[in-house]
Design a protein. Structure first.
Length: 164
């Protein structure tokens, strides 16, 4: 989804990774959990930290810092898991996104969102829906459906299938 597709005011949940602030459409957020024990699954990508048991369901947990080429998320009092619904090939996949902290939920008008910058041809920024302006700072708005590739989601689905 591009910035042009945003034609109405939407609510966004902001969270931090290192010193950067990111946002995701609250319509994609199922819930926010305190950091809990994550069971490591062998032979998965580094950014897939493992799985958690969410009321009897197996939910893969992705380390957003590792996914974006940062250092691994360290457990602190603020570390949390944002449970999101990702649309992949007409199927909803529930994932946990590990974040340093959750900030706030706020509304953004379409006029407060600019297109994501084009950073050369070799870097893929399709997962950035746009750059929102809030309280004098830019916030990267993620298109959570594009943040993870088909291979990432296939690995996540395989993990859930094996655990079930």
């Amino acid at each position: 989804m591009s910035v042009a597709a945003i034609t109405e005011t939407r609510q966004y949940l902001t969270f931090t990774l290192a010193e950067e602030t990111f946002a995701v459409d609250v319509a994609k957020v199922r819930e926010i959990l305190e950091f809990t024990s994550i069971t490591k699954v062998p032979r998965t990508p580094d950014f897939m930290r493992g799985v958690i048991n969410l009321r009897g369901s197996v939910v893969p947990v992705m380390d957003m810092r590792l996914k974006f080429g940062m250092a691994e998320t360290e457990k602190t009092v603020d570390t949390c898991i944002i449970v999101v619904e990702v649309l992949h090939e007409e199927e909803i996949i529930v994932l946990g996104a590990l974040a340093d902290s959750v900030q706030e939920v706020f509304e953004l008008e379409p006029g407060d969102i600019e297109p994501a910058p084009k950073i050369g041809t070799r870097l893929n920024t399709d997962f950035i829906q746009g750059m929102g302006k809030h309280d004098g700072q830019f916030i990267m708005i993620l298109d959570i459906d594009r943040t993870f590739s088909g291979d990432d989601l296939a690995a996540a689905g395989g993990v859930v299938g094996e655990a079930a």
